[in-house]
Ligand binder design. Structure first.
Ligand SMILES: C[S@@+](CC[C@H](N)C(=O)[O-])C[C@H]1O[C@@H](n2cnc3c(N)ncnc32)[C@H](O)[C@@H]1O
Length: 265
């Protein structure tokens, strides 16, 4: 995986501080950031208001002044590039990805299997932190998008296979298996052999009947422990001077996360 310093894209931020509000007939302070992504640092860059000469784009962590307006410029971080990956099938949101990572404690030594890869959001985020991610999917178009995203993020530790996970798992000695497939209960019979003792199986499902069938199947196997099933709820707040309150439009339901642990060989 690339070091943060190897990233070649840049982000240009213009903080707009004042806006004229017609209804109030006055200028009010608003700190609104307009963000631009620059792929080619060898060409002048056009913003909504100005052309930034290519010589200025070489700056890093400095302020660029163009036509009396300040712009901030720095190299993108993994998260900036991650937020721009292509999404075809529905991706697992960051709040759920973060919870999977924190609850399983995966790290730079971990080997992970992810199925189905879909757009590759979970695969890519985990690959950014772990030793290796093997990902399965049955659809060529989804595999194509996921491979594009792996390349866009310059990840070199991802193997994507066209494979139906209901039919089996090739790998063994895995630290974590993540599932985002319609019938996760069909995978359980393959997991014992693939997972390390103490390793985790995490299933992400949008509906409760899927969770019920999955957990009921897990409970049939003595060597598995159903650790918990959770829904992670994120609530965004608006913070503007003394107007501090929950945002009126929030992200709705995403999915339920079920954590299972392998207890014995
Ligand atoms: C919702 S998408 C996964 C999104 C992914 N977790 C992400 O964050 O980008 C579900 C994927 O599972 C794949 N899939 C469905 N059944 C499968 C199976 N039996 N084996 C492997 N992949 C499967 C679908 O083709 C689809 O690409």
């Amino acid at each position: 995986m690339p070091e943060e310093s190897e990233r070649t894209r840049k982000i240009l931020i213009q903080k707009i501080r004042k806006a004229f509000v017609k209804e109030l007939d006055k200028e009010v302070t608003t700190v609104k950031a307009r963000q631009y992504f620059i792929e080619d640092l060898n060409k002048d860059f056009q913003t909504a208001y100005a052309i930034i000469p290519k010589a200025e784009l070489q700056k890093e962590g400095e302020v660029i002044n163009v036509q009396g307006k300040p712009y901030f410029i720095f190299s993108t971080k993994f998260i900036d590039d991650f937020k721009r990956i292509r999404r075809l099938p529905q991706t697992i949101p960051l709040k759920d990805i973060g919870y999977i990572i924190s609850q399983t404690g995966i790290n730079k030594n971990s080997r992970v299997l992810d199925a189905g890869v879909g757009s590759g959001a979970l695969t890519c985020f985990i690959a950014h932190l772990c030793k290796e991610v093997i990902a399965y999917d049955i659809r060529d178009d989804h595999i194509g998008i996921a491979k594009e995203n792996v390349a866009f993020l310059k990840l070199s530790n991802v193997i994507i296979k066209k494979k139906n996970i209901y039919e089996g798992i090739d790998e063994t000695n895995l630290d974590l298996i993540t599932l985002d497939v319609p019938e996760p209960w069909l995978v359980i019979k393959h997991v014992l052999n693939a997972l390390k003792v103490g390793g985790f199986l995490v299933s992400y499902s949008p509906t409760i009947p899927q969770v019920q069938d999955f957990v009921n199947k897990v409970l049939e196997e003595e060597k598995f422990l159903h650790v918990k099933t959770v829904e992670v709820i994120e609530r965004d707040w608006e913070v503007s001077e003394r107007k501090v309150r929950p945002k009126s439009v929030q992200t709705g339901h995403s999915g339920f996360l079920t954590f299972v642990r392998k207890l014995a060989r």
